[in-house]
Design a protein around this ligand. Structure first.
Ligand code: UGA
Length: 445
């Protein structure tokens, strides 16, 4: 059986590792963070990802997965996968220091290895990184040459947090970049064995194209959301307009497609914000026009404040008003608060004199250090809205969709709702006589 080692046990690394383990591959997950490794060894996940706890338990019981911080273990692997983080540097460009140390560690572990190892770069990296950084480091520290001791492919991932297992098991496509046909073939064979009859289309290309595909993919999706948010803001001013219907109408055009056309308070998370910044910094570095990337970000930067504006127009003034926030995480089904729109929204609300109380089914622990100490936290959604003057729906968790307009009316001091993710049916609120505003919905009759 193929032995796989995965370097970097963040969401992408751990999901990748456990999906290989689930198929019976012998997998070792390596991370420099000993606390993270200890947690995983104790059978606990360092973050929330639906069903992943089951995968971890199952893999540990079957003996197909082990976590360690001992890098030398990589020596025994047939395939090693780099999944370390690529955060933003202070100027917005990409910080490749973790990719660098992972490449050095792999190189060192290859020094006395007799069999070939296939090295994959799954971390999101700017074009040229695999060729000009990873390959030279592997060669220098292993004392070997590409094709003579190791193979190397760029292999970006497209996993969404909260749906990462599904995306791993049923990807739309697999992208493989390499400079040697033999390397591309080796990885293609690995995936054909992994997916068997369910093997998705495989795009075989150069390192640089594979690296570009990842950035072009994420920035296109972010642009699609910013586009519909721009249309939403326009709809807001047009009597009779509602962005939900506009999105439905354009989404049915096959050339556009309906996914990622949900207007709201904007995109956040650990990927879009960082990748857009890095891609834009890269475009500037190579002196190409990239204003579309910058505009995509500018629209997004302004979007969270739209919720405060809507609340203000419902309440006239936010000063001294109690605002209940439902949802803090950057999206549903995760406890991830990275670049969550709730962070700037809370700042805006507080700066306008509002009192903020918040509830999230999973993200409160992660949110506390990131939000102003004046923010209060409720332990249920109902506690959160009780006595509030306005409720802003920030994250589209399933449990919020079940709250009825009558419940808001009964529990709130002054029932006024701002739907920041378009999960509620405006007509139900109208019928129940509850004041209601939503992103992209014009309220004039
Ligand atoms: C994103 C991509 O979707 C993955 O394909 C990619 O692999 C991943 O980044 C990455 O680079 O690792 P993720 O950040 O987990 O995945 O989240 P998404 O589901 O893409 O959502 C991103 C943000 O867009 C969220 O804040 C979400 O609320 C927002 N969004 C999404 C909208 O506002 N409207 C939509 O229609 C869709």
């Amino acid at each position: 059986m193929v032995r796989v080692s995965v370097l970097g046990l963040g969401p992408v690394g751990l999901v990748t590792a456990l999906c290989f383990a689930k198929r019976g591959y012998s997998v070792v997950g390596v991370d420099v963070d000993k606390c993270r490794v200890d947690l995983i060894r104790a059978g606990k996940l360092p973050f929330i990802e639906p069903s992943l706890d089951r995968y971890l338990k199952d893999a540990v019981e079957r003996g197909t997965f082990e976590a360690t911080s001992d890098m030398s273990i990589n020596k025994s692997a047939d395939v090693s996968i780099i999944t370390v983080g690529t955060p933003s540097a202070e100027d917005g460009s990409i910080d490749l220091s973790h990719v660098k140390s992972a490449s050095i560690a792999i190189g060192q572990s290859l020094r006395d290895k007799t069999e070939d190892q296939l090295v994959l770069v799954k971390s999101t990296v700017i074009p040229g990184t695999t060729r000009n950084l990873v390959k030279p480091l592997l060669e220098e520290y292993s004392g070997k040459k590409l094709g003579n001791g190791f193979k190397l492919c760029s292999n970006p991932e497209f996993l969404r947090e909260g749906k990462a297992i599904y995306d791993s098991e049923f990807p739309d496509r697999i992208v493989i970049g390499g400079e040697r046909e033999e390397d591309l073939r080796a990885l293609e064979e690995l995936y054909k064995e992994f997916y068997r009859e369910k093997t998705p289309p495989i795009v075989k290309t150069s390192y640089e194209n594979a690296e570009l595909i990842k950035y072009a993919n994420n920035s296109f999706l972010a642009m699609k959301i910013s586009y519909i948010n721009m249309i939403a803001n326009l709809c807001q001013q047009v009597q009779g307009a509602d962005v939900v219907d506009v999105a439905k109408g354009i989404g049915l055009d096959k050339r556009i497609g309906s996914l990622f056309l949900n207007a709201g308070l904007g995109w956040g998370g650990s990927c879009f914000p960082k990748d857009l910044k890095a891609f834009s910094a890269y475009a500037k570095m190579i002196r190409t026009e990239s204003s579309l990337l910058d505009d995509t970000k500018t629209i997004n930067d302004h979007q969270p404040s739209k919720a405060a504006e809507l609340a203000e127009s419902l309440l006239t003034d936010l000063k001294g008003k109690r605002i209940a926030l439902l949802g803090l995480a950057f999206k549903a089904d995760t406890d991830d608060m990275r670049q969550a729109v709730s962070i700037p929204l809370v700042k805006t609300l507080l700066s306008r004199g509002a009192e903020v109380i918040a509830y999230d089914p999973a993200a409160i622990t992660n949110a506390k250090p990131l939000l102003d100490s004046g923010v209060k936290f409720a332990s249920t959604a109902i506690d959160c809205i009780t006595g509030a003057d306005c409720c802003i729906l920030v994250t589209e968790w399933e449990e919020f969709k079940k709250i009825k307009p009558e419940t808001f009316r009964e529990k709130m001091r002054y029932p006024a709702i701002v739907d920041g993710r378009r999960i509620f049916d405006p007509s139900e609120f109208k019928q129940a006589n509850v004041r209601f505003s939503a992103i992209g919905l014009n309220n004039r009759d």
